[in-house]
Design a protein around this ligand. Sequence first.
Ligand code: XMP
Length: 318
Amino acid sequence: DWTPQSFVEETVDALKAQLGNDKVVLGLSGGVDSSVAAILLHKAIGKNLYCIFVNNGLLRKNEFESVLKQYEGMGLNVKGVDASARFLDALEDVSDPELKRKAIGRVFIEVFDDEAHLIEDVKWLAQGTIYPDVIESVSATGGPSATIKSHHNVGGLPDFMKLKIVEPLKALFKDEVRRVGASMGMDKDILGRHPFPGPGLAIRILGSLNRENVRILQEVDAIFIDNLKAWDLYDKVWQAGAILLPVNSVGVMGDERTYEKCVALRAVESTDGMTADWVNLPYEFLQKTSNEIINKVKGVNRVVYDISSKPPATIEWE
Ligand code: XMP
């Protein structure tokens, strides 16, 4: 019978046998999967695991600093690399969603490769790939859903890196990954974290983005997520976030007419992201959150709630 404990024992043994005294590099994203993969590998090979956590400038508000601290607290050998400027420069004037993903994927590989080269004699690249990632990337290369989205974190290894790949979570579903993490004593704050796309806020700012738009969306997103936590709704939602729309609309503030941005809030229930339903959040919650966003975030004068399910809509808007 599969239990998280037996999975951990068997996987740690297998990783020890497979990796011996080799050095391994792993990119942490702040998400559940790469974090659990890191802890498993850390158990198996200790300081031979070199973790890299890249700030692409498209993370949630304060996420880079707080998550980096958490990783250090877990005893991981982790290096934080702030490459925000490199990513944001590469995204200037890019508005097509697939081109955004490609630009981000390309810069990520460049940054990661630079960092990996600093680790002398590294042999392996570890990834937190889970089973649904494997299926989605297969269907993205054939089948009717071909090229809907290029998930840059699957199969993105350039030849020049010449590293062997180790993917300890490849056979697991998300809930199993969470159970494995819990059985290793990992913080619930990490294990319960909502999924967050690799390209981050770039695909939640529709059209082309700039630093100011990223800042606005970070503020809006932080209010939404903090309120979900305060209302005890965060754990009941599979994924939530805000989307900055390329639409200005008329509003009124005091005696002044405003013409400012509109944000959409999205919260969905799902088990694997393949299908999803919008969440029936309480009206009082939406009312309070909307007021807070409009009062506190300069440049936003309208908030809407996305009531579309997947399919036919997707979770992200790009
Ligand atoms: P969609 O929008 O396709 O999203 O319904 C399904 C799940 O995948 C996440 N997502 C991504 N994750 N790179 C990622 O790492 C991407 O390019 C990407 N696009 C979507 C999305 O947040 C949701 O959890």
